[in-house]
Design a protein around this ligand. Sequence first.
Ligand SMILES: [Zn+2]
Length: 313
Amino acid sequence: MYIGIDWGGTKMEVIGLAGDGRELCRHRIATPREDYRGSVRAVCGLVAYARQATGRDGSVGIGLPGSPNPLTGLIRNSNAWWLNGQPLGRDLEEALGQPVRIANDGNCLAVSEAIDGAGAGAHIVHGIILGTGHGSGIAIDGKSHNGHQGLAGEIGHYSLPWPKEGDYPGPRCWCGRQGCLEMFCSGTGFELDYRMAAGVERKAAEIIDLKRAGDPGAEATYRRYVDRLARSLALIIDIIDPDVFVLGGGMSNIDELYDDLPRLLRERTNLFAGQDKLVFSDSVETPIRKAKHGDSSGVRGAAFLWREADGVR
Ligand SMILES: [Zn+2]
């Protein structure tokens, strides 16, 4: 069995998958916050639950915001800040008595969708989370591609490229910088843009309802969002040129994105785009798809971090 754990901001979920991807068990608990030792105990409890519920042993994969530094094994870049600087992998391996694989949640999304989701069969899948944060990661032939620093595809804290008026210096980010893509392209960034423009606080879903009802302020926030997200995708295409983008997280449920993003990229990627040019080409046809496994992609991808060890891609 493959045991996967998705380490969310509010919920921690465990799943047990059979070798053919069949779900054997699933369970959720509240994420212990600001408590590293409690977090380690919670993971061990979820693994014990999966073993007990199925009567099977299993490999353990974990997807979380941030990632372990491959040189030191210490967690960094996590907005679950109490994990940063901690030897989470070593502590879990000691507590569980078995090897553990840990990957960024964006990589887990990419792996899940590359194996049997919206990116199935594609060579390079770039998974992008548009939720509370803006995580992203790469799967190559169904395997998490981590890179030399373990940072490959982690674009959320790069500056918004090709800034326009109003984009610079941008909102301050939790990482200490200003104007990170996360502050524009996450659901949080979308809500922040609306609040700054309209002076009223609303949830992303409400803003989208207003946009659909013809509200000009909500429409303007949505237009700015799509434009900024298109710039983020264009940057990724210029560097990695993935075979498909798969979007996850709450904002990926906005159906309009799947018409507007490809159109904007196409319109602004041609020989005559001039100052507005996005991808450095004369055409762009990269498919942009919604995650097939929705909210379950993270936990499935975490479980599948061990899949290639069995020779199954
Ligand atoms: Zn940042």
